[in-house]
Design a protein. Structure first.
Length: 94
């Protein structure tokens, strides 16, 4: 069964928020039956989209920021990720 766009977005938002709120990549990966690398990729994409859309970073999140720093301010990032809509996630590339 191919999931619809909204369910994929919801799943990816949940994965990213779980990882940012302190769950290990291993735990999130096993819960969602994906690899740790895929979790990392999803978190990176969701952060990039949220930072570009809501947090005023023109090219995604700052390159110098670490996961530890992001987790320290998890609410700031998870609130932005939670606001993402289907159109933000599936926007056609320019």
């Amino acid at each position: 069964m191919i999931p619809d766009k909204q369910s994929m977005l919801d799943r990816n938002k949940t994965i990213a928020i779980s990882a940012l709120n302190g769950a290990t990549l291993e735990k999130v990966a096993s819960d969602f039956r994906v690899t740790r690398e895929r979790v990392r990729q999803i978190v990176a994409k969701m952060l990039r989209l949220a930072c570009t859309k809501f947090l005023g970073h023109s090219s995604g999140y700052p390159a110098s920021i670490t996961l530890k720093a992001i987790r320290k301010n998890a609410t700031y990032y998870t609130d932005a990720i939670a606001k993402l809509q289907t159109a933000d996630y599936y926007k056609d590339p320019d």
